[in-house]
Design a protein around this ligand. Structure first.
Ligand code: NAD
Length: 310
């Protein structure tokens, strides 16, 4: 267990949960995120620093002051905002991440975890997608993540950075913002609990490789705690389950019999998701550090429904 961990993006969806989980087992968390992100769900950690990840001098001071034993780097622009501002996405997701990896080499004696994404692969791949499938993303978000993966592996091989990285598939979360258009499964459940009808912005057959939020949080902590010598791959893919939207609608209807819905094939979300893989081969993660999802499709629907009622 680490004494102190710096979590960038510490007020985000994943950051808050990873921080809470680490704190519950005695780790001191230094949370770093943008000013204005301390919302209703945020908690003041051992230390909370508000600033921009592009501020190299500030991060240097944070590492010198708090001396963390590991960095969990989650700060990022996500896919929609990256596409809207590719230049900022490159600065924040790629350049600032690479700068932070260099600082980690200088100041931290421990792992650097990087949250990558299945979006680093291009569309229309055959499932299951194997780990070493060539990565040709068609969006800037994926391109920035590939850049960090490459530089992380270079710094690991040439300068001994303890670089650890997971490519996550679609994450289902009860905290999904309403603007996150690919989070329609969570939004449909919220609508059902309110007795509202829902228009799925996809075809009934559309679906993709998915993982539940709690398994993501656990996987980040587990890979950081794994022995370095056991990690025989530079980067790992994860996969929990696949479901199509008809299965989702049926599962919601079984819980909320009055739930009414339609499918809207051919939308931009549909065209995006139907080209994403249904499955990633995650054997490497299972073998090297014992990855195993706890949430299958029905456990995820139950967890999302329970969280929505809370
Ligand atoms: N949620 C998913 O489906 C998913 C899938 C694959 C990978 N990831 C990756 O996991 C990580 C966390 O994602 P999340 O779902 O928690 O997203 P999130 O948007 O909730 O969290 C990202 C955090 O980064 C912070 N941030 C953005 N720009 C910053 C800057 N310039 N300086 C400092 N902080 C900045 C944001 O304020 C936010 O709190 C990201 O790297 C993301 O790319 C997420």
């Amino acid at each position: 267990m680490f004494m102190k961990v710096l979590i960038t993006g510490g007020n985000g969806n994943l950051g808050r949960l990873v921080a809470a989980s680490l704190e519950s087992s005695g780790t001191q968390v230094i949370s770093f995120d943008l000013p204005g992100t301390l919302g209703a769900f945020s908690k003041i950690r051992h230390a909370t620093v508000l600033g921009d990840i592009r501020n190299h001098e500030l991060l240097k001071r944070v590492l010198e002051t708090h001396k963390p034993n590991a960095i969990i780097h989650l700060a990022s622009m996500l896919s929609g905002s990256s596409e809207a501002n590719p230049s900022a996405a490159w600065d924040i997701n790629a350049s600032a991440s690479i700068s932070l990896m260099r600082l980690c080499l200088e100041k931290v004696d421990g792992p650097f975890f990087f949250a990558s994404t299945a979006a680093t692969y291009g569309p229309d791949l055959t499932s299951p997608v194997i780990l070493d499938t060539p990565q040709w993303p068609e969006n800037v978000y994926g391109a920035t993540k590939v850049a960090v993966e490459r530089m992380g592996v270079y710094l690991k091989i040439c300068q001994n950075l303890d670089f650890r990285c997971i490519r996550f598939p679609m994450v289902l979360s009860p905290l999904a913002p309403t603007g996150a258009i690919t989070a329609y499964p969570s939004h449909a459940i919220v609508a059902a609990t309110r007795g509202e009808a829902f228009d799925f912005p996809v075809d009934c057959m559309t679906g993709m490789s998915t993982i539940y939020l709690n398994d993501v949080t656990r996987s980040i902590i587990e890979i950081c705690q794994a022995k370095r010598r056991d990690l025989r791959h530079h980067i790992y893919n994860l996969h929990s389950f696949y479901f199509d939207t008809q299965q989702l609608a049926n599962a919601i209807k079984a819980r909320y019999p009055s739930f009414e819905y339609t499918f809207q094939p051919g939308t931009s979300v549909d065209n995006l998701i139907r080209r994403w893989p249904n499955e990633f081969d995650d054997q490497a993660a299972r073998q090297d550090w014992g990855w195993k999802p706890k949430y299958d499709f029905s456990a995820t629907i139950e967890a999302l429904s329970n969280a929505t009622h809370e």
